[in-house]
Ligand binder design. Structure first.
Ligand code: ZN
Length: 272
């Protein structure tokens, strides 16, 4: 994965998240509202090979909160599904898939479909494997103390997720930039964070934000920027969007939010 560094001279400020809004890997109610409220613009334009929808989620400054949810300590990302339970759940899922197949008008017992319920159930468990992992598990031994103050960018990480509204894939790439604060994260671990959150039932806006917050929690950088570009099969296959349509979401925290120069530098490096 390419690693791009660039010398920086700007004054820096550090982010001080008052509490992490992640609860069981999900945003709490307050954060959902905030997220909804900070997407004031959606740009939709034609041309250049497809539609692009841009949803901005630039963070507002951290404000004292009275919500009891956000008071949860550390907000660490708890594991939600035990792999052993997943095994036990399989027979029930197989039954469910059988009845789904019958519901669409097919015969679940015909030869080609006989093993489909079991395959589909296992596939769904794989697509949602992120529920069996928590961020702390992958960060072990991957955080390095280093006096490095240049922007680190990991670009075009492949991402496969499931839209929680239609249970249909959305597929794309993620670019992450951060300005270290004496701590670096192993580059492959950045991709692992993307994987853990994308292999769950998701909406793109939340996925974007969870990745950014996980980076903050892992290494407390001066700032984090996350951009997700994705094609949603639920939009494409239902004809709402064209095949090359992309939805772009971003979360900017710390210096990436506060300093336009840093933000611009990141954006131009990601686009190049
Ligand atoms: Zn959908």
């Amino acid at each position: 994965m390419p690693r791009i560094q660039q010398q920086r001279n700007d004054a820096m400020s550090s982010i001080t998240p008052n509490s992490s809004p992640l609860e069981n890997g999900f945003l709490n109610e307050e954060e959902k509202l905030k997220l909804a409220g900070t997407s004031p613009y959606a740009v939709h334009h034609n041309g250049g090979g497809g539609d692009v929808m841009v949803l901005g989620t630039r963070e507002t400054g951290s404000q004292p909160s009275t919500s009891k949810n956000s008071a949860s300590s550390g907000g660490s990302d708890k594991k939600i599904r035990d792999p052993l339970d997943a095994e036990k759940l399989l027979p029930g899922m197989v039954q469910s898939y059988k009845s789904l197949i019958a519901s669409v008008g097919e015969d679940p017992d015909r030869q080609g479909l006989k093993k489909t319920p079991e395959r589909a159930a296992k596939a769904l468990m794989f697509f949602t494997k992120g529920y069996e992992q928590k961020i702390e598990d992958v960060l072990n031994d991957a955080i390095f103390d280093e006096d490095h103050d240049e922007m680190v960018i990991v670009k075009d990480i492949e991402m496969f997720s499931l839209c929680e509204h239609h249970l249909v894939p959305f597929i794309g790439k993620v670019s992450i930039g951060y300005l270290p604060n004496k701590r670096l994260l192993g580059l492959s671990k950045v991709a692992r964070i993307v994987e853990i959150y994308s292999r769950r039932l998701q909406v793109q806006e939340r996925l974007t934000k969870q990745i950014a917050l996980a980076m903050v929690e892992a290494i407390s950088p001066m700032g984090v920027a996350v951009i997700v570009e994705a094609t949603h099969m639920c939009m494409v296959m239902r004809g709402v969007q064209k095949l090359n349509s992309k939805t772009i979401t971003s979360t900017m925290l710390g210096v990436f939010r506060d300093d336009p120069k840093t933000r611009e530098e990141f954006l131009s490096l990601v686009r190049s």
